[in-house]
Write a protein that binds this ligand. Structure first.
Ligand code: ZN
Length: 183
């Protein structure tokens, strides 16, 4: 069985400073018992001030994540999977006993050098599950992944963004929908 530990506060909902409690899509309660879900946070670095800000964050239950993925084109998902496999192979062996969220899982780029990056966390109730998760993806890998997406997939992601992002328009402008691919 995978190691589990309480969700670290850096993966909390930044508005409430508490663990995410509901799925962004179906609103199911995530903190009850055995519910599995994923957290994604997209963060950008404002170089000018040397600070980072969260531009989009959410939690999505396993069922919704599965159905979201099924809406992506098979071709896109296949390409992205192949990209993951080849990158992970190049970086082998990754020591999963000491997972690092300070650098990109796929390219090894330190997040301190990335202008944008995302966190991906797999949770069950109030715990996070350690496997390849939690991990971070840098702007470098995000850009390479964006190249692999079909028009159809990009449109799906764009719809997702307009439906679920409810922050200010100036932040909405900063969000590249291609970076919302569930990874
Ligand atoms: Zn859901």
């Amino acid at each position: 069985m995978s190691r589990q530990e309480p969700i670290s506060d850096q993966f909390y909902n930044s508005e409430t400073n508490e663990p995410f409690s509901h799925c962004i899509v179906c609103s199911t309660n995530l903190l009850s018992d055995e519910t599995e879900y994923f957290i994604e946070k997209i963060i950008r670095r404002v170089k000018q001030f040397d600070v980072t800000e969260i531009i989009f964050e959410y939690a999505m239950c396993l069922e919704c994540a599965t159905s979201f993925r099924s809406e992506m084109s098979v071709e896109s998902l296949k390409n992205v999977e192949a990209y993951f496999q080849s990158k992970l192979k190049q970086r082998n062996p990754i020591d999963l006993t000491k997972p690092s969220i300070d650098s990109c899982l796929l390219t090894g780029k330190p997040l301190s050098e990335a202008s944008e990056y995302s966190y991906h966390v797999h949770c069950k109730g109030t715990n996070m599950i350690h496997s390849v998760f939690p991990y971070a993806i840098s702007d470098l890998a995000m850009d390479e992944i964006a190249e692999l997406l079909s028009k159809e997939t990009t449109d799906e992601l764009d719809d997702f963004k307009s439906k679920y992002f409810n922050g200010p328009p100036e932040i909405a402008e900063l969000i590249n929908p291609k970076r919302l691919l569930p990874l």
